[in-house]
Design a protein around this ligand. Structure first.
Ligand code: NAP
Length: 352
């Protein structure tokens, strides 16, 4: 148990890795404390709101144990009413990302996990106990820390993209796709991975047409997702194309895009569009670590030992997408969350 203000295990992050680590740590009687992130406009824009990336997706078809089916009654019985109200009514096809995340959170809370809805801005891993500084509260001392802060969506970095953020440019179709400005309009999705196809497919519910812009001549997405994009009557795939400018004006927001061929011809085309959705990969949320953990060249936390979640700092563990640039699946994140809690439990036992 925690002694005074000294915590046994603090978990930073609230995606599958964070909640799974919390459930295991709570069941190991470690009385874990989770910082789930703050609910702020800044976090909304950067994709770092509580519950992680899965809360920004639609149906989750590949999480083990959740086949398609009407889960409404199960959700009603599993979640308190105030958390149930935060989600859209169940669509009936299978579990959605936000539902899965609420269930994971509830499972951790059911075993006694304490949750603080705030960001950790700063950490000091130079001496034990470790010190964590939340955005809106007193410093926390912790014997052990699990970093599970995930990754957030990348942007192209264009000036025009920045100008029209919130006025037709978004990195989350599920969050913004249903807005009136996008209804029955032509929309653009940039990217060729599973996220891009998922976003494009989701947007076909609202758009008159979805243009998927990909810089290469084949999709990176998994075969089943790529097939879905190719077969959709509403999705046009523009291969070998790069978005080089978002077009628009102050009164209408986004009105179109300028594309350039990536095959060397520099040929340019324009497309009419009321919205642009970026799905071009992710960057791990490791900035707050301020160089205190070893990171890869792509800024992912380095796992120091084979098949262990330990980092270069003894007593600090990492789980989920923050340390995984390869699998990046909800289920693998949850799995490494479980591993991090077991690693933390064993490490704490060794200290005593
Ligand atoms: P991703 O697989 O890394 O794909 C990113 C895509 O964006 C690639 O097609 C890449 O092009 C393109 N891209 C990157 N930088 C670009 C730039 N500057 N300009 C234009 N295009 C750019 O990322 P993701 O789609 O977000 O998927 C991440 C992980 O989550 C994957 O492991 C994926 O399987 C998983 N995921 C799974 C599901 C699902 O199973 N339902 C759904 C979503 C995500 P290139 O192809 O040329 O590199």
């Amino acid at each position: 148990m925690s002694e005074g203000s000294l915590e046994n295990v603090v978990i930073i992050g609230s995606g599958p890795a964070g909640w799974c680590a919390a459930t295991y740590a709570a069941r190991a009687q470690l009385n874990p404390l989770v910082f789930e992130g703050a609910i702020t406009e800044e976090n909304r824009m950067s994709g770092t709101l509580p519950l992680g990336q899965l809360a920004l997706t639609s149906e989750v078809e590949n999480y083990a144990g959740f086949p398609a089916g009407d889960l409404a009654a199960f959700l009603d019985s599993s979640l308190p009413e105030n958390r149930r109200l935060m989600m859209a009514p169940h669509a009936g096809e299978g579990v959605t990302g936000p539902e899965l995340m609420e269930l994971m959170r509830q499972q951790a809370v059911n075993f006694g996990t304490r949750v603080i809805t705030d960001d950790i801005l700063k950490v000091d891993f130079s001496k034990r106990p470790f010190t964590l500084t939340p955005a809106g509260g007193d410093e926390i001392q912790a014997k052990c820390v699990i970093v599970a802060t995930g990754a957030s969506a990348n942007w192209l970095g264009l000036e025009s993209e920045e100008r029209f953020k919130n006025y037709g440019v978004s990195a989350c179709a599920v969050c913004d796709g249903a807005l009136p400005r996008f209804r029955e309009k032509e929309l653009v999705v940039v990217g060729g991975g599973d996220s891009a196809v998922e976003e494009a497919t989701y947007l076909t519910k609202f758009a008159s047409r979805v243009h998927l812009i990909h810089r290469r001549d084949e999709l990176r997405a998994s075969k089943i997702m790529a097939k879905r994009a190719h077969e959709s009557e509403k999705i046009d795939i523009h291969f070998n194309s790069a978005l080089i400018e978002v077009l628009g004006d102050d009164s209408n927001g986004v009105t179109g895009v300028r594309l350039q061929s990536t095959t060397g011809s520099d040929e340019e085309t324009t497309l009419k569009a009321a919205g642009v959705f970026l799905a071009i990969g992710h960057t791990p949320n490791t900035g707050f670590l301020d160089g205190q953990l070893d990171l890869t060249s792509k800024k992912y936390v380095v796992w120091k030992n084979h098949f262990r979640t330990s980092t270069n700092v003894e007593g600090v563990f990492a789980a989920g997408d923050v340390a995984d640039d390869y699998y990046r699946q909800a289920i693998s994140a949850a799995g490494t969350g479980c591993m991090a809690a077991l690693d933390a439990e064993r490490w704490l036992a060794e200290q005593e």
